[in-house]
Design a protein around this ligand. Structure first.
Ligand code: ADP
Ligand code: ZN
Length: 735
């Protein structure tokens, strides 16, 4: 709603008020605008202001203050309009500034993430309903009578609902509207956010109840704290942190539950809806724009009490946020790599400290970062050691693939096949896990050895047989599989090399022709079609599930008792310092899908490295041993969480120019005690989307101000043309 409108631009600033308005652009500071007389403004207000020839939505960052009329100073333009939305909370504005400063991005770019549904600032959408006012039509028919019977309760009806309820066509309704029997009336189209019920859960186990008590106490403190909720898969962590959620809403404050996007399933939403007898607000990339607006408004007004969202939900305009839960806190999906890079888990902790409220980090495999903070006494720690009810943790066996003697084009070892046969015979479900989309990771010519490569990237094209295309997983380039080798011209010479889930599905279908097979891979299930498949699996409408990491996370499949990890070594050979930790977490999660209820579960892990400490730890269930070793390695190398890292990625369209620019940059490295800079070196992915890439890595002690160092370094740097410098604080990707 437009409260105040200023048509005239005010040109003289003498004695007038001005405000500083942050705009959602790559700007580090706010711009000054005059306040038109009669317009009341306060910090946090959403306003429309002119910028060049356009108008933009911005947020008042400070002011109003008296404008000083500097001779020769810039002429200020005036705020055009103030929106009627509740102002952005002070803590939210400080959060925006903090995220910007920490990640070395302009504050305006962070604000842009807060203004993703600008239409939400407008008037709520209206819809037309119809009411029966007691005036029957002159010509009555049986259909019309049925409508009147239904509508005689005096309520406001949507036309299609009234037609359906009365069992008539929409033409009948239209006729009654024309005759004045049904009277149109506008009403807000947004569904209400229900009021969640905040009573405590009564059926918690002793261990769960003790954990819940601690979490509820952190809420009662109304102060900043971080608690790591560490519990084996299926221990009831969700049930337990829901107690803190209940305590927070009982205190009249809002809750944000952050989840990796792929764990945000309808199964999870329904579970929370049942727990709180109200539908939580959802926030993720697949949301329709009308729903986005509704949720944005509900959060700004405070009507939406429980919000479940992917990482970007951190930037929603909470009115009085009182708790953030980060579920699966170890997930690297919380790190945003594109545009504004930030780690949502770490930023959630910052938000808690700015807003003086508790943060809960929940995981079956907490990150080393969080555990190190527990060691340092900064975070609290609560453990759940047993699975809920009768469920036991799955037993883990390693299959040494060096002695498996696989036939060509086969990926399952005989012991794994035998276990699958047995499990299917018992009427239970099997999950085969392979973290590779598509049919085959490499396609090569069997005559000349040519490999099909992406024209834009430093990567092989992946065959997707379902779509009959070769795809680049980095830039999305795709092309048909050629008839002849593009290098030597031999026809039908291209062969797949290595397994992807589609190829594994072929082997499974051959070996188990009567089994009902579900293939779960993100490129086969666009968006949230996934939800239906997940439900079908839970209802046992499939026997064998083949999937990438999409299935590994968070799902609860009661009939699943066998997990087969087809290639456990995939992620281990990368340059990522967290490779072992991530593999451990992923395989623990995958194995944790088995035996989540009364039936005992089993995991078979196929590996060529059965002596790797992490494989041994998996087999022996020796998480502490693995973590101790991993901590030692990181500490020795000064790597996170015992040291700090930042990456600088220099990229450009021309290889020579980019390399020269990177070398020039190297000459500008400031001298500083406590930091070492490596590079520039060609990035492991030296070409992505037709851009050549060079990397610097900054390694520093934990107390070193890496942001100040980078700011000094980059201050004189002005990349031109296609050249770009991207900063990645606390990098999780080393490509
Ligand atoms: P986690 O989040 O630790 O993996 P969940 O909270 O998903 O574990 O719990 C696993 C399963 O056990 C879920 O189906 C959940 O509903 C059930 N469960 C856990 N604790 C209880 C409890 N106290 N009462 C009833 N069901 C429970
Ligand atoms: Zn590519």
């Amino acid at each position: 709603m437009q409260v105040d409108t200023a048509e005239n631009e005010v040109e003289s600033a003498a004695g007038q008020l001005r405000v500083e308005v942050l705009l959602p652009l790559a700007l580090s500071s706010a711009y000054s605008y005059l306040v038109p007389s009669g317009m009341e403004l306060q910090p946090g207000d959403y306003v429309r202001v002119p910028l060049g020839p356009r108008d933009m939505i911005g947020v008042i960052w400070s002011g109003p203050a008296l404008a000083t009329n500097e001779p020769g100073g810039p002429r200020l333009r005036a705020v055009r309009e103030r929106y009627d939305a509740p102002p952005m909370a002070e803590v939210h504005r400080r959060f925006v500034d903090w995220v910007a400063a920490y990640n070395l991005v302009p504050a305006g770019m962070v604000l842009r993430m807060c203004l993703r549904s600008p239409a939400a600032l407008g008037d709520p959408r209206m819809q037309t309903g119809y009411r029966y006012v007691g005036l029957p039509p002159q010509r009555m028919t049986p259909q019309r009578q049925r409508v009147i019977d239904v509508a005689s309760n005096g309520l406001l009806w949507r036309s299609n609902e009234l037609a359906e309820e009365a069992g008539v066509t929409s033409a009948v309704i239209r006729g009654l509207v024309a005759s004045g029997t049904l009277v149109p009336e506008p009403f807000p189209a947004d569904r209400d956010f229900g009021v969640p019920q905040a009573q405590a859960h009564r059926g918690l186990s002793k261990e769960q109840a003790a954990a819940a008590k601690i979490l509820r106490a952190t809420v009662a403190e109304r102060a900043f704290s971080v608690t790591v909720l560490d519990g084996v898969t299926g221990a009831g962590k969700t049930e337990v942190y829901c107690e803190a959620v209940a305590a927070t809403i009982a205190a009249g404050r809002q809750v944000l539950i952050l989840l990796p996007e792929i764990a945000l399933t309808s199964e999870f939403i329904r579970r929370l809806e049942e727990r709180f007898a109200a539908e939580p607000a959802e926030w993720h990339s697949a949301l329709k724009s009308t729903e986005r607006e509704r949720v944005w408004r509900g959060i700004a007004s405070g009507d939406a009490k429980i919000v479940i969202g992917a990482r970007s939900a951190l930037f929603l305009p909470f009115r009085n946020l009182g708790l953030i839960v980060v579920d699966e806190e170890h997930e690297s999906a919380f790190k945003q790599e594109e545009g504004v890079t930030y780690h949502a888990r770490d930023m959630a902790v910052v938000y808690g400290s700015l807003g003086q409220f508790p943060v809960i980090l929940s995981s079956a495999t907490p990150s080393l970062e969080s555990l190190a903070n527990v060691d340092r006494g900064r975070y609290r720690y609560v453990a759940l050691t047993a699975r809920h009810g009768a469920a036991l943790l799955p037993s883990v066996d390693l299959m040494d693939m060096r002695s498996a003697a696989l036939e060509r084009g086969r990926w399952m070892s005989e012991p794994l096949v035998a276990e699958v046969v047995k499990t299917l015979g018992d009427g239970e479900q099997v999950l085969l896990f392979l973290n590779r989309r598509g049919y085959a990771p490499v396609t090569l010519c069997r005559v000349c050895g040519h490999r099909m490569q992406c024209p834009n990237c430093d990567s092989w094209l992946v065959e997707h047989r379902f779509r009959r295309r070769l795809l680049c997983h980095h830039c999305g380039h795709d092309e048909p599989v050629p008839e002849a080798c593009p290098s030597c011209g031999t026809e039908n010479s291209l062969v797949p090399c290595g397994p992807g889930v589609e190829r594994l599905a072929e082997e499974v279908a051959e070996r188990f022709p009567t089994a009902r097979i579900a293939l779960l891979s993100s490129d086969l299930l666009r968006g949230f079609g996934l939800r239906d498949v997940i439900r079908a699996i839970a209802e046992r409408r499939f026997d064998i599930i083949i999937g990438t990491q999409l299935v590994a996370k968070g799902h609860h499949f009661p009939g699943l008792t066998l997990v087969g990890v087809v290639d456990a070594d995939l992620a281990l050979s990368t340059a990522d310092p967290r490779a072992a930790e991530r593999t451990y977490q992923l395989l623990t999660q995958v194995a944790g899908r088995a035996g989540r209820e009364a039936l005992p579960g089993r995991a078979i892990i196929q590996t060529y490295m059965p002596d790797h400490p992490l494989m041994k730890a998996l087999k022996e269930g020796d998480r502490d041993g693995f973590l101790a070793k991993e901590k030692q390695i990181r500490q020795g190398g000064g790597l996170p969480p015992y040291g700090r890292l930042a990456a600088l990625i220099v990229s450009g369209r021309d290889q020579i120019e980019t390399e020269r620019f990177a070398k020039d940059l190297a000459r500008l490295i400031p001298t500083a005690q406590g930091a070492r800079v490596y590079g520039p070196s060609p990035a492991p992915m030296a070409l992505v989307r037709s851009r050549y890439r060079f990397r610097f890595l900054v390694e520093a002690g934990r107390d070193f101000n890496i942001q100040a160092f980078l700011a000094t370094w980059l201050a004189p740097v002005k990349p031109r043309g296609s050249l770009r410098v991207d900063v990645d604080i606390d990098p999780y990707s080393f490509l």
